[in-house]
Design a protein around this ligand. Structure first.
Ligand SMILES: O=C(O)CCC(=O)C(=O)O
Ligand SMILES: [Fe+2]
Length: 433
């Protein structure tokens, strides 16, 4: 996902790059550095081979030549903190989830039940993904064999899968580069169907119903991604783009999720700071940094929902909910963003009132709000009317409804407004969700 809205901090690759570069600059002279910079200015550079650290990779040397520096008596936070964050065990943060925070776990849901009871609540479904052909067919080895030479986007670089797997199998980066590719289905020749079909590779769980952004056809914003990452990789706090909802299906590995509802009357999660117009967000640079500093408080905060999505399970991210995700094992997932019927008002509101935060639309869609309204008018005027009524209601009073949300009142709409990941073009240095 590239983020045209660019609303959260750069992470991962920049931190690694800066650390890599400063290490290297301290050990080779400037002329050499310039030569290397020319050589490595492109993505992927020719003959790129991951050597276990950014320094050894840069110097094209085997990782066993990496000097071991004894830092026993060296005290400096600036050196210690990234090292600590890169190595402190993270799985304990996913343990001991308080009962009241536990995410609901269901075998499956009907579209009627989703619509009536679950549109604004996170949950995990344990059954539907297990029917997908890609669930039984995919492992890192299988993917490597079939797609090893295919390039996928990992934040700011496009690497052949085999290069990324080399990297992810042997990295100690504090925020590992995260493979997050929006064109995976085309690149891998996958067929995604609307409902179970023998020649399809996967399909959205039936309970989510039809996706209202389908009315935008080719002009819909980016909406599906392949996600691959090592243990300790993941996504820092964000809301999904354009007030959409999402599902995230784990095909390999396990993911720890911590989530919070949002509304005009609620503060953002502990450790997350949002500017007045909600277009800027500041939070710790890495997942480890946030966990170390804020997880304990977050757990005690009203509204906190936590859970582990296991292999073969799918998690629902309601629109407007903040979430942070940590891979507890090397993981492969598919995520898809969608607009359920009950969220049409929230999406219209976002597209109308948060124009600076809209993302993922192609440049030839200058006014996504107008386009969405127009397409709904043609395809489903009744729904448009419902959406406009909801828009009106949301405009008048998103405030003071926290109690309803806590109590699970189903007509509460966690507001879609505010910062969200922005998904822009492939040319950009894409952040990950
Ligand atoms: O798998 C992840 O890292 C989470 C991705 C995400 O934020 C999402 O699916 O909305
Ligand atoms: Fe997300």
């Amino acid at each position: 996902m590239s983020r045209s809205a660019r609303l959260h901090q750069k992470r991962g690759v920049m931190a690694s790059f800066i650390r890599g570069v400063s290490e290297v600059l301290s050990s080779i002279n400037v002329a050499q550095a310039q030569q290397h910079a020319e050589q490595y200015g492109r993505s992927p550079p020719s003959q790129f081979a991951w050597q276990g650290t950014w320094r050894s990779t840069y110097l094209k040397q085997a990782s066993n030549l990496e000097p071991r520096v004894d830092c026993f008596n060296l005290f400096a936070d600036v050196l210690h903190r990234p090292f600590f964050c890169a190595h402190v065990p993270l799985s304990p943060f996913a343990a001991g989830i308080p009962r009241q925070n536990e995410i609901a776990r269901l075998a499956d849901l009907s579209p009627g039940a989703f619509n009536a009871l679950w549109v604004n609540k996170p949950f995990i479904l344990t059954e539907p993904v297990k029917q997908w052909p890609v669930y039984s067919a995919w492992s890192t080895e299988d993917l490597l064999e079939k797609y090893g030479d295919v390039c996928f986007r990992a934040e700011s670089v496009d690497w052949p899968l085999k290069t990324y797997v080399d990297y992810m199998s042997n990295t100690h980066d504090e925020s590992p580069l995260y493979l997050f590719d929006r064109a995976f289905a085309e690149k891998m020749g996958l067929k995604a169907s609307v409902r179970p079909q023998t020649d399809a590779d996967y399909w959205p769980p039936a309970c989510f119903g039809s996706d209202l952004f389908n009315v935008l056809g080719e002009q819909r914003p980016d909406h599906r991604w392949l996600i691959v990452g090592p243990e300790r990789s993941g996504s820092t706090f964000h809301k999904d783009p354009n007030a959409t909802s999402a599902w995230n299906a784990v095909l390999k590995g396990r993911k720890y999720w911590i989530m919070f509802p949002s509304s005009a009357s609620l503060p953002p999660p502990p450790g997350v700071y949002v500017s007045e117009d909600q277009s800027e967000v500041t939070s710790p640079l890495s997942i480890a940094e946030w966990l170390l500093g804020f997880h304990a408080d977050a757990r005690q905060t009203a509204g906190c929902i936590e859970g582990i999505c296991e292999e073969g399970e799918v998690l629902h991210v309601p629109s407007g909910w903040y979430h942070l995700v940590l891979n507890l094992e090397p993981s492969i997932a598919i995520t898809q963003n969608f607009v359920p019927r009950r969220r049409v008002g929230a999406v219209l509101q976002f597209l109308r009132d948060q124009k600076q935060s809209i993302s993922g639309f192609r440049d030839d869609v200058p006014d996504p709000y107008a386009l969405f309204v127009e397409r709904l008018r043609v395809s489903d005027p009744e729904l448009l009317q419902e959406g406009m009524q909801e828009l009106d209601k949301l405009g008048k009073g998103g405030k003071g409804r926290w109690e309803e949300l806590r109590n699970g009142a189903e007509d509460e709409a966690a507001e879609g407004a505010g910062f969200a990941f922005g998904f822009g073009s492939d040319d950009e240095d894409a952040d990950v969700p």
